[in-house]
Design a protein around this ligand. Sequence first.
Ligand SMILES: NC(=O)c1ccc[n+]([C@@H]2O[C@H](COP(=O)([O-])OP(=O)(O)OC[C@H]3O[C@@H](n4cnc5c(N)ncnc54)[C@H](O)[C@@H]3O)[C@@H](O)[C@H]2O)c1
Length: 319
Amino acid sequence: MSSAAEVFARADMIMKVKEPLPDEWPLLRPGQIVFTYFHFAADRALTEAVLASGATAAAYETLRDSEGRLPLLTPMSEVAGRMSIQEGAKYLERPQMGRGILLGGVPGVAPAHITILGGGIVGANAAKVAAGFGADIGLLDINMDRLRYLDDVMPANVDTLYSDRHTIRDQLARADLVIGAVLIPGAKAPRLIERADLALMKPGSVIIDVAIDQGGCVETSHPTTHSQPTYIVDDVLHYCVTNMPGAVGRTSTYALCNVTLRWALSIANLGVERAAQELPSVAHSINVMAGEVTNEAVAHTFHLPCSRRFAAQKEGHGC
Ligand SMILES: NC(=O)c1ccc[n+]([C@@H]2O[C@H](COP(=O)([O-])OP(=O)(O)OC[C@H]3O[C@@H](n4cnc5c(N)ncnc54)[C@H](O)[C@@H]3O)[C@@H](O)[C@H]2O)c1
């Protein structure tokens, strides 16, 4: 098959990475299953197109395990967290407009100080890679159990710190590189750095706001793309790419398929209806079916009715 039109016309089930593009919307068919990231709540036009098509949308981002975790989001956070340090190291180089700092320093010269806001999956992966470089790291979170765990497992060059306004401002004055990695599930990212705070930072320091896909945790962040990833505000370089894993597509694709394939096989082998009846995780993943919204958050966002289909399967599973 050589064209998207041919693939959409022949396939009963399509597995993708990103949501269907506007060119693909007219190609969707009633009963066809699309298993991919949709992020419907951020895109009314996409939601309306999928509803009108009659296709079934099984979304990676809402597939829930029995403990309420979202396992198909994890690999992308792992990739973005590790990559944030790689990108930060690059943009701290002088030719990239950074301060001209080597993360690990050298004998006789201090390493870079890195502040990581949020110690979840992105933050922990960033800290691990940064520690390997020999940088000096402050890792901030508001969840004390999480901080206790991180304190246990992180190397000695990672200090765990409770995230409050005073500590954040203190860290900003020291940081060469700041990583924004906070998340409040289902909500916009909390704004932890105001524009006025940039004056505390050293000229040429770098902010990588990984949380930009949820609005960002820095007042001066706005979404960027890989073709133009950075911009400067008040002498601080900002990197705010919403789809960081896209730059390392080979690693990201393997990482994603490692966790999606078993669910895709279940849907393909059982059919989507039976898979959702038998596997509550699959029931959670279905956002749209036969012209109806089946996910409460999506229905709530667009003031649409929410179908009770699969409500029994979802009840008590991972909630
Ligand atoms: N830009 C990209 O390409 C990309 C890729 C993957 C993930 N992300 C985004 O990165 C963000 C983090 O994802 P994650 O998987 O690590 O989430 P996570 O839920 O694992 O971790 C978030 C952490 O933030 C902490 N937190 C909440 N409020 C805080 C505060 N005020 N101060 C400090 N910490 C606070 C939470 O306690 C939690 O530990 C999300 O917004 C996610 O969508 C972006």
